[in-house]
Design a binder for this molecule. Structure first.
Ligand SMILES: *Cc1c(COP(=O)(O)O)cnc(C)c1O
Length: 463
């Protein structure tokens, strides 16, 4: 690895033929940055490049790699519709348009166009969501974790919050209810046991320090067998009797009954409100199918207090997401939400549709992958994801890619090369095969999917 000659200087590379090409295409500043990286590589002996033009060529490769967005679109064929690591909900066209306009133009955000006076930032979305779930008021924040935090900080600071042991959840490794509670200066008062909590457990725990009864949707797990949980309807009279706010963290709040998609019954946000919770909190980018956001909806006075909390300013939503939320909720109110909301569309996609797509795509995919990888159409179960209906599977179909045992190809390597595509294809490895669940690959995107897949470096080309 010894180098006889020094790498060329930045100015030498800049004036070389390839250096000139970079400057012309990307400007002087970017060219200098990239050339410095290429020279640094050469100096460390990672690349044996000593002539200016070769260093320039290498700099262009580095620059193009650096310029490629890393928050780039991927094909979510994991079978999980709302995949937190892949950005959860995909927005409907109206929401995308509203968000784009909000980015391009000034907006009547905290401005009442009628009076020319200052307006309320959350008012438009709050009014819409309240009309959809029969709540008296709403506060909008960055995400549901922020909503829970703001509610606790406003209503329970310095006091005790009663929560069932069966509901002390951790969501995605970063939302742990006990930790959030502690941060807000509220103390957790656990009641019941992991599998069973009774109304009397709540009643016995109420004391002078109690500030709130909190019910948390268990979201990403379910306890089965000998279980007992106390519902909001049962808790509401107890909370009222003691003058305590009853808060329900619903997590993936849906505005429509997901039972119609063949999923187990979950209360909608409206049902949760009508059941008697004073405040209901939920996410914008889970089953609602909007941008990342957190909602706290419920009783007018409590909502007003939550909105006045100085922390609200730190957790508030930006104009882009508020505009997207307005468009998303407009559709719930005035149109068939399933037709315009990609999340609901994917949930509602008929299994026979997905099977037909698999049969259509299998031969083309097999041709691209080559002889050493068998492509089969197989049954699969898709998941809602993001903690919604964790135990429910939606009948779906996957392409199962099985590398021949003789080929120098493992499922892991195949999955890795799918991730290296210009638009990474993300599947799942199961029992020695790579599964591509086709629920989230819509018919109108199939051609683009195959074009992207054609860029795959085949194993027989020496990977
Ligand atoms: C998902 C979830 C949260 C966190 O919501 P984010 O919008 O991701 O912050 C909180 N509570 C429950 C019950 C959830 O399911």
């Amino acid at each position: 690895m010894s180098q006889s000659a020094h790498p060329p200087s930045v100015s030498a590379v800049l004036s070389s033929a390839s250096g000139q090409v970079i400057v012309a295409a990307h400007g002087h500043a970017a060219a200098v940055l990239a050339i410095r990286s290429a020279i640094e590589e050469a100096r460390r002996g990672q690349k044996l490049l000593t002539d200016a033009d070769s260093v320039g060529e290498r700099a262009l490769v580095l620059l193009l790699a650096a310029l490629r967005p890393r928050y780039r679109p991927v094909w979510n064929l994991t079978g999980t519709i709302l995949h937190t690591n892949l950005g959860r909900a995909v927005l409907g066209e109206a929401a995308v348009e509203a968000a784009t306009t909000a980015m391009r133009r000034p907006l009547a955000l905290e401005y009442d166009v009628g009076t020319g006076q200052r307006g309320e930032r959350d008012a438009v979305v709050a009014e819409l969501v309240c009309s959809l779930c029969d709540a008296q008021g709403a506060v909008l924040v960055n995400n549901n974790a922020a909503a829970v935090m703001l509610v606790l900080d406003t209503l329970a600071r310095g006091g005790e919050v009663i929560v069932s042991r069966g509901e002390l959840v951790e969501i995605g490794g970063s939302f742990r209810l006990p930790d959030i509670l502690e941060r807000t200066g509220a103390r957790l008062r656990e009641v019941g046991t992991t599998n069973r909590t009774h109304l009397r457990d709540y009643a016995q725990a109420i004391g002078p320090e109690t500030r709130m009864i909190l019910k948390v949707h268990p979201s990403n797990f379910s306890i089965v067998g000998f279980t007992k949980a106390v519902g909001i309807a049962e808790l509401a009279p107890l909370a009222r009797e003691h003058g305590l706010p009853l808060v329900h963290d619903l997590g993936s709040g849906s505005l429509v009954d997901i039972g119609r998609f063949g999923l187990p019954k979950e209360p909608t946000v409206g049902e949760a409100v009508r059941e008697g919770a004073d405040i209901v909190t939920f996410s914008g980018d889970k089953l609602l199918g909007g941008p990342q956001a957190g909602f706290a909806v419920g009783q007018a006075e409590l909502i007003a207090a939550i909105a006045r909390n100085p922390l609200k300013r730190a957790l508030r939503l930006d104009k882009i997401r508020l505009a997207a939320l307005e468009a998303t909720l407009q559709h719930y109110k005035y149109a068939d939400p399933v037709e315009s909301n990609p999340t609901l569309q994917l949930l509602a996609r008929p299994p026979e549709d997905i099977l037909a797509a698999a049969k259509r795509l299998a031969p083309a995919v097999a041709r691209i992958l080559g002889e050493t990888i068998a492509v089969e159409v197989c049954d699969n179960l898709s998941q809602v994801g993001s903690g919604a209906s964790p135990t429910a599977g939606l009948p779906s179909t996957a392409l199962c890619l099985a590398p021949a045992s003789t080929a120098h190809m493992t499922p892991e390597k195949l999955a890795a090369s799918l991730r290296e595509l210009p638009e990474p294809v993300i599947g799942r490895i199961r029992t020695g095969r790579v599964l591509l669940d086709l629920r989230c690959l819509l018919p109108e995107d199939e051609a683009a999917f195959l074009t992207n897949l054609s860029a795959l470096t085949r194993p027989e080309k020496g990977r």
